[in-house]
Design a protein around this ligand. Sequence first.
Ligand SMILES: [Zn+2]
Length: 104
Amino acid sequence: MSRKTVSRLVQTVSVVLGVANAVSVGSKLAAYDVPLSLIVACALSCLAMTVWFVDHLVEILGSTMYRCTDPACSFKVRVRYVDAAENRRWQETAAEHPTHLYRG
Ligand SMILES: [Zn+2]
């Protein structure tokens, strides 16, 4: 399965889950005679939150993070969809990055 196909699948799943969450929240609020504008606002925010959450969860689970070897340095880089050679290059970059300020 190609990266583009996986990306579209993730987007589709996140939107479907977001719509389901929005409809669920909207229908619960409608049972309490909440004004329509407030229901729409809450449903849209639930949709956006669910889509954002699923996208970031997939991104975190499917990527690799490299940090600087110095515990005092906060440099880190997160990479996704890279081959072994590029993984190695990012690993070396994280260990010897030019913005490392704590090295003497
Ligand atoms: Zn560093």
